[in-house]
Design a binder for this molecule. Structure first.
Ligand code: HAM
Length: 423
């Protein structure tokens, strides 16, 4: 039988995982710097959570969810995104009662969407997301955007573009909705079946349609910007001025609508403008979701957040030619010659590791020359050679690979000698 990794998923092999670990470390450090705390929610949730919060008429819910019935006959879904689970947890754990508001959370973990596979689009991908829940201060919108941008800057990306828009509040959304229906209704027969069903349920989604994107009515559709009321305009202006305080460049794009239903006021995306990045240029997406906690029975707790996939971040780094520093060099490799040296060598291995020295040895019964080659391939900085004579004498031969030197060291002095050389 010939098993393969499922379509749209990938094995991340040891030759790549160290890059992921470095990115994750940068994320943890930056979130700590901004006082966002990590939250870990389950990989699956009740299907209804996503239907309610992400929106029944979105592509994510309608076409892309991995939904299954469990043995208790409940409909469950592998999470396609992290905001709905985090808001669920916020309400369930009464985080609105925490003394320090807003509650600032982040997560890094796999998300699942049954999408058409292409470069930068996977069926299982890892999102880093951050959510600040409990504040309607436009300054926190700017903070959240600054955090996302800082991650990209810390890994060295420079070809970035921040695009923002305002989707307004419920009142302007409802006026805009009426205008959209009036605009599309006379010609709705020329649109795909999905758009036809979106007309009444959620006409804003029509603007997001991949099938009919070239239809002339798309470009002439009424823009939300024209329907923003005074409050929404004031809010948007304030967000922009805080971005300016933070020294963040942005472009306003009135057509930015986002693919999930929960947004109002601020919506944003960060794109890569690197030429090598390919067709999908969006690295990160986010926005404000003021009604979400209430939608699932919680109190009013306005929130804002974003998510980015690590896969796309790494692709963008590749496109900009940014290399990581490979941290995999070994401190010490122990070469043992003959049976008498095996036990002392193995014992020393444990002692060095206990002292925090990254050490390995041969487990393939290889000859001295092959063991030395192994040490070389593993980039060992120091090789300790133990033969029968050394065992009798209570010493090891210490070879410094970079300097090409060799000296005899007494067993009792090994750790101190190594620590000196390695520092
Ligand atoms: P989203 O725009 O659906 O938003 O996804 C955010 C990011 O996840 C995308 O910009 C992209 O980096 C990554 N992503 C999405 N789908 C895929 C895929 N199939 N393969 C690889 N990467 C992908 C959300 O998920 C919202 N929860 C963001 C948010 C948080 N809004 C407020 N808070």
């Amino acid at each position: 039988m010939n098993f393969k990794v499922p379509r749209g998923t990938q094995d991340i092999l040891p030759s790549e995982t160290w890059k992921w670990q470095q990115v994750e470390q940068i994320i943890d450090e930056l979130c700590d710097l901004y006082r966002y705390k990590e939250i870990r929610t389950p990989i699956f949730e009740q299907t209804e959570l996503f239907q309610r919060l992400v929106g029944d008429t979105t592509d994510v819910v309608q076409k892309e969810m991995y939904t299954f019935t469990d043995k208790g006959d409940r409909s469950m879904t592998l999470r396609p995104e992290g905001t709905a689970p985090v808001v669920r947890s916020f309400v369930e754990n009464k985080m609105f009662g925490y003394p320090d508001q807003p509650v600032k959370l982040y997560y890094t973990g796999p998300m699942f969407r049954y999408e058409r596979q292409q470069a930068g689009r996977y069926r299982q991908f890892v999102q880093f997301g951050a959510e600040a829940i409990g504040s309607a201060d436009p300054a926190i919108d700017a903070e959240v955007i600054a955090l996302a941008l800082d991650v990209y800057k810390r890994v060295g990306l420079t070809k970035l573009k921040l695009v923002i828009n305002s989707l307004g509040d419920t009142e302007c959304r409802s006026e805009h909705r009426k205008a959209l229906i009036a605009h599309f209704e006379p010609h709705i027969g020329e649109f795909c079946a999905d758009c036809q069903s979106r007309l009444e349920k959620n006409p804003l989604r029509i603007l997001d349609c991949k099938v009919d994107s070239k239809h002339p009515l798309m470009a002439s559709a009424p823009s939300l910007t024209d329907y923003l009321n005074e409050d929404s305009t004031r809010y948007f202006d304030a967000v922009k001025s805080y971005l300016e305080d933070a020294g963040i460049d942005y472009e306003v794009d009135a057509n930015l609508v986002r693919g999930l239903d929960y947004y109002n006021h601020t919506a944003f995306e960060i794109m890569s403008s690197s030429e090598g990045f390919g067709a999908i240029t969006t690295l990160c997406g986010g926005g404000r979701y003021n009604g979400l906690a209430e939608e699932i029975g919680g109190p009013s707790a306005p929130g804002i957040g974003f998510a980015m996939s690590i896969e796309r971040l790494l692709l963008a780094m590749e496109a900009e030619g940014i290399a990581f520093e490979d941290p995999s060099a070994l401190d010490v490799y122990i070469v043992t010659l003959g049976d008498a040296a095996r036990h002392p060598g193995f014992k020393l291995l444990g002692e060095l590791r206990a002292a925090g020295i990254r050490t390995d040895m041969d487990y393939m019964d290889r000859k001295m020359k092959a063991q030395m080659k192994s040490a070389d391939r593993l980039n060992a900085r120091i090789v300790l050679v133990i033969g029968e004579d050394e065992v009798t004498e209570g010493v090891v031969q210490m070879k410094n690979m970079a300097e090409g030197t060799q000296e005899k060291v007494a067993n009792s002095d090994i750790i101190t000698a190594l620590q000196e050389k390695l520092n």
